[in-house]
Design a protein around this ligand. Structure first.
Ligand SMILES: Cc1ncc(COP(=O)(O)O)c(C=O)c1O
Length: 380
């Protein structure tokens, strides 16, 4: 089956009990045993739930992995994955990952004895030089949030295999529609399903996809032991979103490309970050490893913070809000919003300037989006 068909039919659909076309929301904490020691496959919803199972099977198939797991948030998924490690282990992470990921590593996991090195993942030599005897994991995000940097996944996975390291990729921005990292050799895929997979800004959720029986068993154990799972209703909302993922992603990309092309010619704009532009340093790698470039466009305005504030104050079709990946267009300033948890000097070092704006280009008519940007970029 092809992607669009899997997105609509994977997992137990229609449901076994009554043939419901829409996946039933099994809003129950517990399941009655048939007899002592005998269940119908489920006993307690933290461990497993039939609605969650359909979502987990669907995401696993879309990513081409072994098994999927649905979590309460993207951060819950990431936190669970980090518990594959133990005190004293070292992780090499991309330097411009989502601010919350950076905060989890620096301000939470470090307290539990994990060590981190953050670097730009674009050089095999730099990664190999950072590997220490206690290195266990490589963590990457591509395209990265918010700078849309591109990592050559095959290269990173190759380094990881050579040094027997676990590779984890955050595939939130691209989604499996545009990028299937397991085909390039990564071990685990994580998602904030809050974003494109759900697509309607009405849920927070996360997911992990595994590639081996050992990882599957351990993630299932951790999810149950730590209680980081998603609720049945939230799973249903994400499932409903995934059914239209393919058509949404195509349109997100078409609109984002038009927005990037418009912004790059605008005199108020200093730089545009979009991997679909041939001028983007990661364009060739993105073209090779992705089926499309996604719906996020970042850009730097000329001038100072006041110019950014004026722009964000004037937008009407775009909304000033955190998050991304929904049908409605959003704009935000990473320095004070999505990436505020990064210390200022670190942010500057990785290139997240005060003048940077991140757009999540939605599915509105492109003429209205461009007109909104035009009027908001007018000086005065
Ligand atoms: C790339 C990326 N990964 C992970 C997360 C965290 O996900 P959540 O907000 O669902 O916990 C986000 C949230 O913005 C994100 O953008």
């Amino acid at each position: 089956m092809k992607f669009e068909t899997i997105a609509i039919h994977a997992g137990e659909r229609p449901d076994r009990a009554f043939g419901a076309m829409s996946v039933p929301i099994y809003q129950t904490s517990t399941f009655v045993f048939e007899d002592v020691g005998k269940t119908k496959g489920y006993d307690y919803s933290r461990t497993a739930n039939p609605t969650r199972k359909v979502l987990e099977d669907t995401i696993a198939r879309l990513e081409g992995g072994k098994a999927g797991f649905a979590f309460a948030t993207g951060m819950a998924a990431e936190t669970t994955v980090m518990h594959l490690l133990k005190a004293g282990d070292h992780v090499i992470s991309g330097d411009d990952v989502y601010g919350g990921t950076y905060r989890l590593f620096q301000n939470v996991m470090r307290e539990f004895g994990l060590e981190f090195t953050f670097l730009r993942m674009n050089s095999r030599q730099a990664i190999e030089q950072a590997i220490k005897p206690n290195t266990r994991m490589l963590w990457l995000e591509t395209p990265s949030n918010p700078l849309l940097n591109i990592v050559d996944i095959e290269m990173v996975a190759d380094v990881a295999k050579k040094h027997k390291l676990l590779t984890v990729i955050d595939n939130t921005f691209a989604t499996p529609y545009f990028l299937r990292p397991i085909e390039y050799g990564v071990d685990l895929v994580v998602h904030s399903t809050t974003k494109y997979l759900n697509g309607h800004c009405d849920v927070v959720g996360g997911a992990v996809v595994t590639t081996t029986d050992k990882l599957t068993e351990r993630i299932q154990f951790l999810l149950n032991a730590m209680g980081t799972c998603a609720s049945p209703f939230d799973c249903w909302l994400v499932l409903r979103g995934i059914e239209t993922l393919a058509v949404r992603m195509k349109q997100h990309e078409e609109n984002a490309m038009a927005v990037a092309n418009y912004l790059k010619e605008h005199t108020a704009v200093n730089r545009v970050f979009y991997p679909g532009l041939p001028s983007h340093p990661g364009h060739e790698i993105a073209k090779r490893q992705m089926k499309g470039f996604g719906g996020i466009v970042s850009f730097e305005l000329r001038g100072r913070i006041e110019v950014v504030n004026s722009f964000l104050g004037k937008i009407k079709v775009f909304s000033l809000a955190e998050s991304l990946g929904g049908v409605a267009s959003l704009a935000e300033r990473p320095a004070t919003m999505s990436h505020a948890s990064m210390p200022e000097d670190y942010r500057k070092k990785v290139g997240i300037t005060d003048e940077l704006v991140r757009l999540s280009v939605g599915l509105e008519n492109i003429d209205d989006l461009i007109e909104d940007l035009r009027q908001a970029l007018e000086l005065g």
